[in-house]
Each structure stands twice: as structure tokens, then as C-alpha cells.
Design a protein. Structure first.
Length: 178
């Protein structure tokens, strides 16, 4: 791990995080939750907010796909997405549902400010983000899809969205060229 320049658990915990919070709303699969933990660890995401009936650590299936990221990434459970959104509003986050919707913004065209705090909500594998939750958001982000299928697994969608948001943020940092 040292040869690869990987952080230790302590170094990870002390690292400055990218001001992005992932909200998981009613995710059926604990494996998907674990995959999002792993992605959040890879991109130094600030935290994961787990809502509704989504599985939360400690959980065997989360552990299997997170590969220890459930121990490094900060997380918090809320009974409802509305409660998570209320906390995010108090912390001055802009909040977006990742959902195909009329008037949604294409992911690659978002253009956030360097110091802007962002929260992205991923919904249930079948029904998506609840409409009542979408109404509480600043908008919807859509991943452009060109094929016949117009949906992605939540873990895949999280990887795409988080990388695009992180890529934009790290390119905005002075003196950084990745």
C-alpha cells in the first residue's frame, strides 16, 4: 500500500474532505450501499447520509463490498430523507436529486463554484428518488445516457456522478493539475 501512496486509516480520517455529501434514500441492496462507501472513500467524500430503510453499518453485505470503507467514511443515519435535507440546509449545502426529470441538469454542465457545498441524493433501485424528496431539492442532476436502457445501477450512477463532481472540484483548486 505504501508503494501505491495509499493513506492509512488515520491519514484518511485527518485528510481534508471534498465538500460533497451523498444521501442514500431507501436503497434495497446493502451491496449497493457498500459500493457507495467504497466510492466515497476513493474520492475523499465528506460523508454519507443513510435514510429510510437503507442498510447501515455494521452489516455483512455492506462490509463485503465496502472493503473497509465503512470504517473510514463518515456516515449518519436519518429516519427520512427530509430530516437529512433539513440538516444539509442548515449546513448550507446545495442539494440535488440524481434523477431523470423534466428540467433536470445534465451532469457535465453543472458548473459548481470551488467552495460550494453539494449534496447528491440517490434513490431506490426501482422507484428512484421519492417525488416528495425531489420537491425539497434545488434541482435534479441527470446522467446523459445514449443507449436503449435509460437507467444505471445506483452504485454505478454514484461512481459516475461523484467522479464528475470531484474532478471539477480538484481542477478548481489552485496549483492542482490532475
Amino acid at each position: 500500500m505504501a508503494e501505491l501512496g495509499r493513506k492509512s486509516v488515520d491519514e484518511f480520517r485527518r485528510s481534508d474532505k471534498i465538500p460533497i455529501i451523498v444521501v442514500l434514500e431507501n436503497i434495497r441492496s446493502a451491496y449497493n450501499v457498500g459500493s457507495v462507501f467504497r466510492t466515497a472513500d476513493a474520492f475523499l467524500i465528506e460523508a454519507i447520509y443513510i435514510t429510510g430503510y437503507s442498510a447501515k453499518p455494521p452489516h455483512k453485505e455492506i462490509k463485503k463490498t465496502a472493503l473497509g470503507a465503512e470504517e473510514t467514511v463518515s456516515w449518519k443515519h436519518f429516519k427520512t430523507a427530509a430530516e437529512a435535507i433539513s440538516e444539509l440546509r442548515n449546513r448550507q449545502y446545495k442539494i440535488f436529486a440524481v434523477e431523470q426529470a423534466k428540467g433536470s441538469y445534465e451532469l457535465q454542465a453543472m458548473g459548481f463554484e470551488p467552495d460550494e457545498r453539494i449534496a447528491v441524493i440517490f434513490g431506490n433501485e426501482v422507484s428512484g428518488v421519492e417525488q416528495s424528496t425531489i420537491h425539497l431539492c434545488d434541482g435534479c442532476i441527470e446522467i446523459p445516457q445514449l443507449g436503449m436502457k435509460h437507467s444505471l445501477n445506483i452504485a454505478t450512477a454514484a461512481g459516475v456522478v461523484l467522479w464528475e463532481l470531484v474532478r471539477e472540484k480538484i481542477h478548481q483548486q489552485p496549483g492542482k493539475s490532475h
